[in-house]
Design a binder for this molecule. Structure first.
Ligand code: ATP
Length: 889
């Protein structure tokens, strides 16, 4: 393999037959054929065959296999066959579900996979990282994740964190010079960059030398470990519950078995009882349903602009009680337009700008030079703050490309949100001029002179006061104000941070960035949902407060705090004020971590947005780190657990509502499955204790648990979100899903269904042979559980939820009904499922007794809905009375 660190830039370029204008399309095609895609080969995926076999490792399946063997021993071959078919079907279902879940995870991964900026055919374009080929000219800037190895061709203060390869956590400075050695350790190859490193500062142009498995990363990770998604807390606690349940079932079965043998039943009959009980108790579909509902939920969220990177974030979203959001672009539109400029002690509206004034001309020209953006034929590329400046220049017929060609950039210190300044060096009229733009407070602190039409003079306190007054006036209207300064240098040099002082003040440019229309409603929804919205911004306190007030974040009694004030606060002082601080202005990314930690120490679950390279630690610290899909750096996306593809605050609130809804749907599905199982267990236990015959054959219970129960459970999981989910308080993260009241309702509903099932069984026993009674019990239980699916759609009655609002629940019900009737009335299936033909009166009993529990539950819900409405009504009228009393007072 060639060593590019000891080759000059020119030789390296020659090797790939490429110039700084990049490869042509046909060259890219050729390279792609030769080197393949820029991906690391993942460890071989589990084969479908082994996934299928894994399904039989479950303790619950082992119990079913035992049931099949016992059925065979009792001469019940049909039953054995059905159980085996059911086990195999269950395994097929499990396999399909595994593959589907993996596919959906992969498609989410693909949505959030990194991109790279390259020059091809002389044009800068963005391509998926997998399409980068050796020979590509790659452009890097702060915040980028480097996707391939490469030789540095142009370097502008590039600093790179290579800790993923070298373990060294400090960022390293890079250069372009050739290293005249044969062997150089990776960490010392300062003219090279490597795949998986992060750009922490500066920018550079790179010639890609190695991609995919040929990169240094590919060499270390010869086979990438398959990145398997960890189970979510809910899945873990349900797995734990299933294990405990299995053990409990085995113990109860043993007791029932002993009891039956003691009563003098044959061992085989007693065994069948125990098997029926085990099958009734085991919620076979539980874990698949949770995974399916989570997968469907995340797919839906990705269509609504929120890509979930970690499944556990879906559950976490429902617990969020604080959202710390950036202002620019998330709460506002990030569409900046210049409104006015302040130059030569005059505030001039943008429409009245006149370039005949040399000072105005110098300010506008400087805003083009100290600027990385372009706007060509309406195609805006770059930071909106800078694009606004370019658009202003266009209004005065200044073309940024040709102007920059006339005064090329000799050196630069890029903008970063800690320093809040950007500087560039140019040769203008035989002078070396450093132009700096940035936050007004930072720049004024470093200003010593001011230029007016009367010439350059010392910058006085009076000047500072006047400029601050202008700033106050502009910021109070929500305008962002940028300050401009310059300084002449004696000679051409590489700019360093030390140079950013002793400026001559040039002027101010103010721009508007209107709030997003949806922000106001989203903030209102947050407050209704007991979620505190907090604005964290690098912008000026007055600008931030004006916007925060407009969208409802800064309310009466709330305060705005600046980064500097925050530095002066002790932790206890911060904690004391925390609840009332709604705006943090002029903060740097480090402050964000302190704010998250403070809220977390109050046991709050915090969602935090971030886009910059320095935001990564805060995104990792937050419970839900949210990166921006459009403006976010790759580094922030890498650290986040969720990505907003529209950068919109309202999407966060919608995701929280979706998160809450998914959790409550899962809870309702679990309630449905467990209450159904409880009814089966109670019925079998009752028969065993009362020395009645076995009410159900194992196949009956398997039919219900696996077929007719699964469909309503999934349908419940698809219940749509209503505005109601945002009325409740956030869920306590430590609250177990199986709360006392939840278990109580499961037991009560299970008992109700069991009672009517047993009434049906008794009528069958009274009327005829055991077979008829057992068929009646089975059909009643199955149908009652199908009806029960409607009860579990939500807390409220079906009329409040909307009878036809969830079409899936009707599809599930009707499919279940058809399946049950097929088993009851098709002769071949009757034998297979151990059912006997029923008289029409029996069928009527079945429908009546199956519907009865749902009728009772719905009547109870209707009464509760009415009283809830009354309570709400009286509480809102009390509120109204209270507020009108306030007015009187
Ligand atoms: P957010 O609200 O998302 O934190 P922000 O744009 O207000 O975003 P920063 O990007 O950190 O925060 O900007 C902080 C300050 O730096 C701005 O208020 C502005 O004064 C200044 N600034 C912003 N962009 C530039 C730039 N490209 N060059 C120079 N100064 C800038």
């Amino acid at each position: 393999m060639k060593k590019y660190f000891c080759k000059s830039c020119e030789d390296s370029l020659k090797d790939f037959n490429v110039t700084l204008n990049g490869l042509t399309d046909s060259q890219v095609k050729e390279q792609l054929k030769k080197y393949g895609e820029n991906i690391l080969t993942e460890k071989k995926k589990k084969s479908i065959y082994s996934v299928f076999l894994d399904q039989f490792k479950d303790l619950l399946v082992v119990i079913l296999i035992a049931a099949a063997i016992i059925s065979m021993a009792t001469g019940n071959i049909e039953s054995t066959l059905v159980i085996l078919v059911v086990i195999i079907m269950n395994a097929i279902l499990g396999t399909v579900q595994y593959v589907k879940a993996e596919q959906s995870l992969n498609s989410l991964k693909a949505l959030s996979s990194p991109t790279a900026k390259v020059i091809r055919n002389s044009t800068k374009i963005e391509v998926p990282s997998k399409d980068v080929v050796p020979g590509d000219i790659l452009l890097l800037e702060a915040g980028d994740l480097i996707v391939a190895d490469g030789r540095i061709l142009e370097n502008f203060s590039l600093k790179v964190n290579e800790s993923s390869l070298t373990g060294e956590s400090e960022s390293v400075d890079k250069h372009t010079e050739t290293i005249n050695k044969d062997e150089v350790a990776l960490g010392d190859q300062k003219n090279m960059v490597f795949s998986s490193s992060l750009v922490t500062y500066g920018r550079a142009t790179i010639l890609v030398t190695n991609t995919g498995m040929n990169s240094e990363l590919g060499k270390i990770a010869t086979l990438m470990e398959e990145t398997q998604e960890k189970k979510t807390p809910l899945q873990v606690s349900l797995d734990d519950f299933s294990k405990k349940l299995a053990i409990g079932v085995i113990i109860i079965c043993a007791v029932v078995l002993g009891l039956n043998i003691y009563r003098g039943n044959t061992i085989l009959d007693s065994l069948m009882f125990a098997v029926a009980l085990a099958v009734a108790a085991i919620p076979e579909a539980l874990s698949s349903i949770v995974t399916i509902v989570l997968a469907i939920g995340t797919q839906k969220m990705s269509k609504e602009h929120a890509i979930i990177k970690k499944l556990r974030a879906v559950e976490g979203l429902g617990c969020v009680s604080v959202i710390c959001s950036d202002k620019t672009g998330t709460l506002t539109q990030n569409k900046m337009t210049v409104k006015s400029i302040f130059v030569d002690e005059n505030l001039i509206l943008s429409d009245n700008i006149d370039l005949t004034s040399s000072l105005t001309k110098f300010l506008i020209n400087s805003s083009v030079l100290c600027n990385d953006s372009t706007s060509i034929d309406g195609n805006e590329l770059g930071d909106p703050t800078e694009v606004a400046l370019i658009n202003l220049a266009h209004n005065h017929d200044i073309d940024e490309i040709s102007y920059r060609n006339t005064y090329p950039r000799l050196s630069e210190i890029p903008f970063d949100s800690d320093r809040k300044l950007m500087s560039t060096l140019h040769s203008i009229d035989n002078d070396y001029v450093m132009i700096t733009k940035g936050a007004i407070d930072v720049l004024l602190e470093r200003t010593s002179k001011i230029e007016t039409s009367n010439g350059i003079r010392t910058f006085t306190d009076e000047d500072k006061k006047k400029i601050n007054e202008v700033n106050h006036q502009l910021s109070s209207n929500g305008l962002r104000v940028l300050a401009f300064g310059y300084k002449k240098l004696n000679a051409k040099k590489d700019l360093s941070l030390d140079d950013e002082k002793d400026f001559t003040f040039m002027g101010l440019i103010s721009m508007i960035d209107p709030p997003r229309e949806e922000s106001k409603d989203a903030v209102r929804d947050c407050i209704k949902a007991s979620i505190k919205p907090v604005m964290i911004t690098g912008d000026h306190k007055i600008t931030a407060s004006a916007i925060a007030k407009e969208i409802g974040i800064l309310r009466d009694g709330d305060i705005a705090v600046e980064g500097l004030e925050l530095d002066k606060m002790s932790d206890s002082q911060l904690l004391e004020k925390l609840e009332s601080i709604s705006v943090y202005a002029r903060v740097s990314p480090e402050h964000k971590i302190r704010i998250v930690k403070a809220w977390q120490s109050k046991n709050k679950i915090v969602a935090m947005t971030g886009d910059g390279v320095n935001d990564a630690p805060a995104l990792k610290q937050a419970n839900i780190g949210i990166a921006m899909g459009i403006t976010g750096t790759e580094v922030s996306k890498d650290a986040a657990s969720m990505i907003l593809t529209d950068d919109n605050f309202a999407t966060i609130v919608k995701s929280i509502s979706n998160g809450r809804n998914i959790y409550s749907n899962i809870k309702n599905s679990i309630r449905f499955l467990l209450s159904g199982n409880t009814s089966g267990i109670l019925a079998v236990l009752y028969s065993s204790l009362m020395a009645l015959p076995i009410p159900f054959a194992a196949v009956h219970l398997l039919f219900i648990n696996l077929l007719t129960d699964s469909l309503p459970a999934i349908a419940i999981g698809m219940e749509k979100s209503t505005k109601d989910v945002l009325r409740d308080k956030p869920r306590d993260v430590n609250e177990s899903i199986l709360t006392k009241s939840f278990i109580k309702s499961i037991l009560l509903e299970g008992l109700l269904i069991a009672i009517f099932t047993m009434v049906s069984f008794h009528i069958g026993l009274y009327d005829g042979p055991v077979g008829t009674a057992s068929t009646m019990a089975f059909a009643t239980l199955c149908l009652a559980r199908l009806f029960h699916g409607f009860n579990c759609r939500g807390k409220k009655s079906i009329f409040s939820l909307g009878v036809f609002n969830n079409k899936f629940s009707w599809i599930a019900f009707i499919t279940g009904l058809v399946l049950l009737n097929a088993v009851l009335f098709i002769p071949n299936l009757q034998n297979l499922f151990e059912v006997t033909p029923l008289s029409s009166s029996n069928v009527i009993y079945i429908y009546l007794f199956a519907f009865a529990p749902t009728l009772i539950i719905q009547i109870y819900k209707i009464i509760r809905d009415i009283s809830d409405k009354k309570n709400n009504h009286s509480s809102t009228s009390t509120d109204r009375n209270l507020s009108s009393n306030k007015h009187v007072a």
